[in-house]
Design a protein around this ligand. Structure first.
Ligand code: ZN
Ligand code: ZN
Ligand code: ZN
Ligand code: ZN
Length: 460
């Protein structure tokens, strides 16, 4: 797989999103059980579909074969085609299946979930993100395997009855703990294994443990901790962010809620400036060979300048690989890293297995550093936010009219609501057009968002 996301049980697919059980699919979106499909979307159990047109095996192979997929110039053109296709692709209000009474996005086999994102097999949960098999949890992030009754916890697998804990597995009844495993009845502990009745990493009798913890809870509530901005933290709140060992821009929070350095510091979160590294760029991205066939093993010794490193491009300081190394310009990393907002590392190298992979899959060399590539993929995802909207299905509007979908999509069959606009409303992670009143549903966003029944009528 290469440049794919939110996909599973697939093989040899590239540049795609929301695939399930697909093989040899490229530039595809929302496909399941497909093989050999190219630049197509909303397909189920299909083969040899090219630009959403069903072809014979021979014709498909001929057309894909003529594309020169190993060329960077071809890739740029296909990426533009993919953008156009995405704009016309019909979307279901939520990427979810087999859910009952849930709001959120990317939900599977779940029940009674409120504002959940990326959840599988969860029940009676609220405000949880990236979890599997949770029950009765609230504000849980990245936990899995039969978790129950967690509140304000992060990555506490196989753990029940936990408050404000982080990365602790196989526990029960733990409070304000970090990296404790196989334990129970812990308060404010770090790095313990197979322990019971510990407070601040010290053991107590069960009776004393109960007495002291009752006293701690009562004092945390009557005398809450106040952070350097005056925010109060009582029992139940997670650790104050000023105590985080990580800066905001080092964490996954930055991916979902990006902040500038100024915004970060204004909230008294920590910020990490890029480290000064001693490397010198030996080849600029735009000087890489266009075709993967023309790349020699020498590339493994090169330090490649990231294409988002706009200072290189803007200054036209085109770097000649033959030039003596000490003549190469030094890049001011702290300035450039701010330019694309991706924490650009300004340069990158290839490793042998990676080069072999690009050759085997006939992929041109990447022009961006790994951080920039990652940020560009994340930007394609929907945010962890919901908007109340109306289904955009409106058969009364002719193509290219000014209806709810702006005429971009026209239904292929009649729906249960007949010639009237669909009355269904939902919570969706597709933002309405900012020019419209929030929640009015009268959006002309690029995506056409339908309710489940209208979507299924068109796609299933
Ligand atoms: Zn970069
Ligand atoms: Zn970038
Ligand atoms: Zn509808
Ligand atoms: Zn409809």
């Amino acid at each position: 797989m290469y440049e794919c996301q939110e996909s599973d049980t697939c093989s040899r697919c590239t540049h795609s999103q929301h695939l399930k059980g697909c093989v040899d699919c490229h530039f595809t979106f929302y496909c399941a059980g497909c093989q050999n499909c190219f630049m197509s979307s909303n397909l189920k159990n299909q083969q040899y579909v090219f630009y959403n047109e069903r072809l014979t095996k021979q014709e498909y192979e001929k057309r894909v074969g003529s594309l020169n997929l190993g060329n960077h110039a071809t890739l740029k053109k296909l990426q533009a085609d993919y953008e156009v296709m995405l704009r016309k692709t019909l979307r279901k209000y939520s990427t979810s299946a087999r859910i009952v009474n849930c709001t959120g996005d990317v939900l599977w086999d779940s029940k009674n979930v409120r504002r959940g994102f990326h959840l599988t097999a969860c029940e009676d949960c609220a405000y949880c993100v990236d979890n599997d098999s949770l029950k009765d949890c609230y504000d849980a992030y990245e936990a899995a395997f039969n978790c129950e009754r967690q509140y304000e916890c992060h990555a506490c697998n196989r753990t029940s009855y936990a408050v404000a804990c982080s990365i602790s597995y196989d526990n029960h009844h733990i409070y304000y703990c970090d990296m404790c495993h196989g334990s129970s009845d812990l308060w404010g502990c770090i790095g313990l294994r197979d322990k019971r009745h510990f407070i601040l990493n010290q053991q107590y009798s069960p009776e004393k443990y109960d007495r002291l913890t009752a006293q701690i809870i009562s004092e945390m509530s009557s005398r809450p901790f106040t952070d350097n901005r005056g925010r109060k933290y009582a029992y139940g709140d997670f650790f104050p962010v000023e105590h985080s060992p990580f800066a905001h821009n080092e964490t996954v929070a930055e991916e979902y809620f990006p902040l500038t350095k100024g915004e970060t510091l204004a909230r008294s979160y920590q910020w990490k400036d890029p480290e000064e590294k001693g490397y010198q760029i030996t080849i600029a991205a735009q000087d890489l060979p266009d075709r993967i066939q023309d790349v020699s093993d020498d590339i493994l010794g090169q330090v490649i300048g990231c294409a988002h490193q706009t200072r290189i491009n803007a200054d036209s300081t085109r770097i000649d690989a033959d030039r003596k190394i000490d003549e190469n310009p030094r890049i001011d990393q702290s300035d450039s890293a701010l330019e694309c907002g991706h924490q650009c590392t300004t340069a990158f190298r290839l490793i042998p297995a990676e080069l072999q992979f690009y050759r085997r899959l006939n992929l041109p060399l990447p022009r961006l550093c790994p951080n920039c590539r990652h940020s560009e993929r994340i930007a394609q995802r929907n945010p962890l936010k919901l908007w109340h909207r109306r289904c955009q299905c409106d058969p009364s509007v002719p193509p290219l009219g000014k209806g709810r979908s702006g005429g971009v999509y026209q239904n292929t069959i009649e729906h249960s609501h007949g010639k009237e606009p669909c009355p269904n409303e939902f919570e969706t992670s597709y933002a309405p057009d900012p020019r419209c009143a929030e929640g009015s549903g009268e959006a002309s966003r690029p995506e056409i968002v339908y309710c489940e029944s209208c979507y299924n009528a068109e796609v299933a």
